[in-house]
Design a protein. Structure first.
Length: 129
């Protein structure tokens, strides 16, 4: 009968260790979800490219990089019928980066970049789930 109590004790310790490990992993995942998603947006002379192009709803950090040779303006237009700009960044110099964190709800957002003089408009889509 003593052999079984030793096995039960080892099994109980193993289960307790497993439970602590699972709870630790869950708190790690939860803490990770509290960080804002980051979208790197590259503007070139020919296109605007978000990476990734799909993020979670909530706080999102936009890192907008002007990889063109001209000053650029950037807009993130919100979902809905009027598509009002959620974010506007003007006069981004060539080779420079601007960063902004904003709260986005689920939907499809339009990304727009154009040269400072209003020419050469480029568009892309950002999906928020």
């Amino acid at each position: 009968m003593h052999a079984f109590s030793g096995i039960r004790r080892i099994a109980g310790i193993g289960l307790a260790t497993l439970a602590v490990g699972i709870l630790g992993a869950a708190s790690f995942i939860q803490a990770d979800e509290s960080k804002p998603d980051t979208v790197r947006i590259s503007i070139t002379a020919n296109e605007i490219t978000p990476s990734p192009d799909t993020v979670r709803a909530g706080d999102v950090t936009l890192v907008v990089v002007n990889n063109s040779s001209k000053v650029q303006d950037f807009d993130l237009d919100g979902p809905g019928p009027n598509g009002d700009p959620e974010v506007e960044l003007d006069d981004i110099p060539p080779g420079e980066t601007m960063t902004v964190t904003t709260r986005l709800r689920a939907g499809t957002y339009g990304l727009e970049a154009e040269e400072d003089d209003g020419n050469n408009e480029r568009r892309a889509i950002l999906t928020v789930r």
